[in-house]
Design a protein around this ligand. Structure first.
Ligand SMILES: [Zn+2]
Length: 196
């Protein structure tokens, strides 16, 4: 079968390859997705697929509950969280989730990201909270807490997961990826600025 959504698959592939190259996501963790406009569906990376392997054979189309509509693989475990975010927030068009080292290191001992630069404070909406979900994948019972926090902070476009990684929310994949790069850069500067 010819896999549709060529443009969206390419956007996922490009972002995933870049993040693998930057070593923001190594091994086969992390996840990224794009909302399919006009439908309650998303294009999402399959489970056990590394970011440098993302392509039309390694992504699936699912509904917002993670049920596969197109493709023959299982969606990533985090697909349910992505679906919940798309369902509640119509402005979100794409989501990047990666285990980038500095953001994850920062989340280990803080309750929110510290904005070491004026630029990052402005671009990241002034608030990037840390959630401690106590699990390698965000459990469903924890979704309401994240959704409520985001609803109370409408400028927030990302969050950190303690002992796990980061999630950013963009209008498209380009924006979600750039936000994730900025979160990582901000965490790196925040950590380096504590030295000496
Ligand atoms: Zn993860």
């Amino acid at each position: 079968m010819d896999f549709p959504y060529k443009e969206q698959v390419e956007a996922l592939q490009q972002a995933a390859e870049r993040f693998y190259r930057l070593r923001y996501q190594m091994s086969n963790g992390g996840n990224l997705s794009i909302r399919i406009a006009g439908k309650e569906q998303m294009l999402v990376k399959a489970t056990d697929v590394a970011f440098d392997e993302v392509g039309r054979d390694t992504v699936v189309v699912t509904d917002f509950d993670g049920n596969v509509i197109l493709g023959d693989k299982k969606p990533s475990k985090e697909a349910l969280l992505h679906g919940a975010l798309y369902r509640v927030f119509p402005h979100i068009g794409a989501i990047m989730h990666c285990h980038s080292p500095y953001a994850t290191a920062w989340a280990a001992a803080h309750e929110q990201l510290e904005f070491a630069t004026h630029h990052s404070r402005l671009k990241l909406g002034g608030y990037v909270p840390v959630f401690d979900t106590r699990s390698y994948a965000v459990p469903k019972e924890y979704f309401p807490h994240i959704l409520e926090n985001l609803a109370n902070h409408p400028d927030t476009c990302g969050f950190l997961l303690k002992a796990h990684g980061q999630v950013t929310l963009g209008k498209d994949m380009r924006e979600a990826a750039y936000l994730a790069e900025l979160v990582e850069e901000t965490a790196q500067i925040a950590i380096l600025s504590k030295i000496g």
